[in-house]
Ligand binder design. Structure first.
Ligand code: HPA
Length: 272
């Protein structure tokens, strides 16, 4: 049995016949949404074969299945990052399990550095596209033609429109931009931030991109939002620290949750 098959067997043992059409990966500042889930079934990643046990403060490791806004959802409370173990496939089994057990759409959230000084932290930005700048790809070693995953429409435009409407409905300002993946865990240098700007990035961060690539391999639709916790290093006084990202992420979390809940109400699995 593969880890994914074992994980599904365990989920069945815990009384689940499926996960949910919509899955949300909770990044920094959003983790507490997991405590708001109704009729929640919660499973520690440790108990799920192949799921990543997080090592980062501010990231729990739990799968929470239940209801938000009356809709069935599954929350990934915490993620595995490339920088934790040098494994950019950290979320591979989690994402494959989601797809194989009822998942259709993956909503990814993260904290990021902002390169547009008009977007004041804690701004919210829908990711329209990405630049993989980490020199890694989670599909290296997938030895079938499946690995040649098209990335032209990686961030689903229909779901992004839905998200924009949800933001409008809530009176929440939502920007749109390109996310550049750095491996981390060190923050960027000012020269790297200048280079990122020149290359067309609006955001920099250490997650999400490998998950989107894995999600696309599995045929899931993706929608992603960054919470800007700081300006990129050297930009308008930007000098990010982990403590600052956690603090500002917490400040932005109420708006972020409101946006997410409005999206969940509007999301229709039949059209996604
Ligand atoms: N760089 C990379 N990742 C981040 C940042 C940043 O400035 N802020 C929050 N996550």
């Amino acid at each position: 049995m593969t880890d994914t098959q074992k994980a599904i067997a365990l989920l069945r043992q815990r009384g689940l016949n499926e996960l949910a059409p919509l899955g949300v990966v909770l990044g920094s500042g959003l983790g507490s949404l997991a405590d708001e889930v109704e009729d929640a079934v919660s499973i520690a990643y440790e108990d799920l074969p192949g799921f990543p046990v997080p090592t980062v403060s501010g990231h729990a490791g739990r799968l929470v299945v239940g209801r938000l806004e009356g809709r069935r959802v599954v929350l990934f409370q915490g993620r595995g990052h490339y920088y934790e173990r040098g494994d950019c496939r950290a979320m591979a089994v989690a994402i494959e399990t989601f797809k194989a057990f009822g998942g259709r759409t993956l909503f990814l959230t993260n904290a990021a550095g902002g390169l547009n000084t008009d977007w004041r932290p804690p701004a919210l930005v829908a990711i329209a596209d990405h630049i993989n700048f980490a020199g890694a790809n989670p599909l290296i070693g997938v030895n079938s033609d499946d690995r040649f995953v098209p990335m032209t429409h990686a961030y689903d435009s229909h779901l992004r429109t839905l998200l924009r409407h949800a933001a409008l409905d809530q009176g929440i300002e939502l920007h749109e931009g390109v996310y550049m993946w750095f491996s981390g865990p060190s923050f960027e240098t000012p020269a790297e931030i200048r280079a990122a700007k020149i290359l067309g990035a609006d955001l920099v961060g250490m997650s999400t991109v490998p998950e989107v690539i894995l999600a696309r391999l599995n045929g899931l639709r993706c929608v992603a939002v960054s919470l800007v916790t700081n300006f990129g290093a050297g930009l308008a006084g930007g000098d990010p620290t982990h403590a600052e990202t956690k603090e500002v992420a917490a400040e932005g979390s109420a708006n972020f949750k409101r946006l997410l809940r409005a999206f969940i109400r509007a999301y229709d699995p039949a059209h996604a």
